[in-house]
Design a protein around this ligand. Structure first.
Ligand code: G3P
Ligand code: CA
Length: 246
């Protein structure tokens, strides 16, 4: 390594989504086994107010159920199979609650919770209530493409770390973070849209940078050299092997 002397944190995207059914306990356990120091996951809210870990708002793609998560009670969602669609040996995996993910992981393990939708504020309220009561506030960075949702979360709970997700180019990201009038912890850009100068600019503004979703060695190399704080990957083991080799 030359420019960046500190290696990026390994963050497992939806766990180890390249090798296990995304957003299941098996996927999170595999990420940890493969050397991840953190995971990224996505949340929705059930009809009865439980925080459900799933990428899509619907059950169709990753379970044997169907329809919107927010229109099902947790008792029904927990019966579903969330592993067989990926591989037969994962048959029997369930859709987890956020609480179950935290219970499986040790304190200090980073959990990047991506809020997909606000659900008219119910998602933010449920998430903050859980983090307060569980004592896991410090382990979390909440991110979202919905920057207004991030703003509401930070104003409601100044102790929570929040990050802005970007789908496209970062222009003056540091200026954007300042304009947001809240204390942003991190930027989460799409990995193909950032240059080393973006990462440097963010660092100068005191912001961590966590690009997603990075799976190829050439991109691990470029982003490590650029000095990103962490890399969100479907293959934590692949990233660990790369980082061990430099
Ligand atoms: O948080 C980074 C990344 O997960 C955002 O995109 O669609 O994989 O949730 P998506
Ligand atoms: Ca996500």
């Amino acid at each position: 390594m030359t420019v960046n002397q500190r290696k990026p944190m390994i963050i497992g995207h939806r766990g180890a989504a390249g090798e296990a059914p995304e957003n299941t306990l098996a996927s999170f356990a595999l990420a940890a086994e493969q050397g991840a120091e953190g995971i990224e996951l996505d949340i929705h809210i059930s009809k009865d107010g439980e925080i459900v870990v799933c990428h899509d708002p619907t059950l169709d793609r990753t379970t044997n159920g169907s329809g919107l998560i927010c229109e099902h009670n947790w008792q029904d969602i927990r019966q579903l199979d969330a592993g067989a669609w990926f591989a037969d040996n994962y048959r029997g995996e369930r859709v987890p609650l956020l609480r179950e993910v935290f219970e499986m992981l040790p304190k200090g393990f980073l959990v990047n919770v991506e809020v997909k939708y606000s659900y008219e504020g119910r998602q933010e309220q449920a998430l903050l209530a859980y983090l307060r009561e569980s004592g896991r506030m410090e382990d979390v960075v909440i991110s979202s493409f919905d920057h207004q949702c991030i703003r509401r979360l930070k104003l409601a709970e100044p102790d929570v770390k929040v990050g802005l997700l970007y789908a496209a180019n970062l222009f003056d990201h540091a200026a954007y973070a300042r304009q947001a009038d809240i204390d942003i912890f991190s930027l989460h850009p799409y990995y193909q849209t950032i240059a080393a100068s973006d990462v440097k600019g963010a660092a100068t503004a005191g912001l961590a940078t966590y690009p997603y979703t990075v799976n190829q060695e050439e991109d691990f190399a470029r982003l490590t050299e650029a000095g990103v704080s962490g890399i969100i990957t479907d293959y934590p083991g692949r990233l660990r092997d790369f980082l061990e080799g430099i």
